[in-house]
Design a protein around this ligand. Structure first.
Ligand SMILES: [Zn+2]
Ligand SMILES: [Zn+2]
Length: 258
């Protein structure tokens, strides 16, 4: 099992998962060139991808699709309503445009989308199962509901949004409408919300967590890490034993290989 977060944040998102021989990319929100280079740095060629899975239509999740898919003919799975919002759809080879319904099986990998609350037409997170292994991607969500906590429960690895520090956002330079959007129920998850979610779910020992989609303006990796660590410690968990935390980056590849 391998996870390589090629990029994470509002400037672009792309996460590579390999389970057994199956290789998928979740979101393609950086340029095709950056995706190819990121994959090459971990020994993978883009044409080896079995699928690309799209969480929602915001450009930081889809802007690399056009070139990447026309160049390498990779099947792309997105919700039907999401496809309607992706302007390059007509330019893609029709065999690559795949509608994501309830779940998906690719070789040994079982993929189940779950709904998230975000200001997009039909946004989803993903759970990936292979044998006893469970991986989760949950970013771009304004709140934690039962679908989200169920998805995170008993995961071996989770890529979880810790977008902002509420104080930094409130005191920062963003215009009021944008602050309200981010803080709202269809915006983004704060460090505290991410910490509480992790503290409250049923966990496997040694759960691996990447805090992701960190805001460059309204967060710092150290602040996200420390806030979540404090909440987990107060809840009685030992960092490094019960749960291992890392922060994903917007510009460098972050990897976990098991
Ligand atoms: Zn995003
Ligand atoms: Zn978004």
């Amino acid at each position: 099992m391998q996870v390589h977060i090629l990029a994470s944040g509002s400037s672009g998102n792309a996460i590579f998962f390999q389970m057994g021989s199956t290789k998928v990319l979740i979101d393609a929100g950086i340029s095709a060139k950056r995706i190819e280079l990121g994959l090459a740095s971990v020994g993978v060629r883009a044409e080896e991808l079995d699928a690309i899975l799209i969480t929602h239509e915001h450009s930081d999740h889809v802007k690399g699709i056009d070139v990447l898919v026309r160049r390498h003919q990779i099947p792309v799975f997105a919700r039907p309503k999401t496809w309607e919002q992706i302007s390059c759809q007509e330019k893609l080879p029709s065999a690559c445009v795949k509608y994501l319904e309830d779940d998906l099986e690719l070789n040994n990998l079982y993929i189940k989308p779950f709904p998230i609350s975000h200001d997009a037409v039909d946004p989803v997170g993903f759970t990936l199962f292979s044998g006893n292994f469970k991986g989760v991607v949950a970013t771009d969500l304004g709140l934690v509901d039962e679908a989200v906590s169920d998805a995170l429960e008993m995961a071996d690895i989770a890529i979880l949004e810790a977008n902002h520090d509420v104080q930094m956002l409130r005191n920062g330079a963003y215009p009021t409408f944008l602050k309200e959007r981010i803080l709202g129920n269809r915006g983004h998850l704060s460090n505290i919300e991410a910490g509480k979610l992790l503290a409250n779910i049923k966990k496997k020992p040694n759960m691996q967590v990447f805090l992701a989609h960190l805001s460059r303006e309204n967060n710092l990796p150290s602040l996200a890490y420390n806030t979540v660590t404090d909440i987990l410690t107060q809840a009685g968990y030992e960092l490094g034993t019960d749960i291992e935390l890392r922060c994903a980056s917007s510009y460098k590849v972050c990897s976990y290989i098991a």
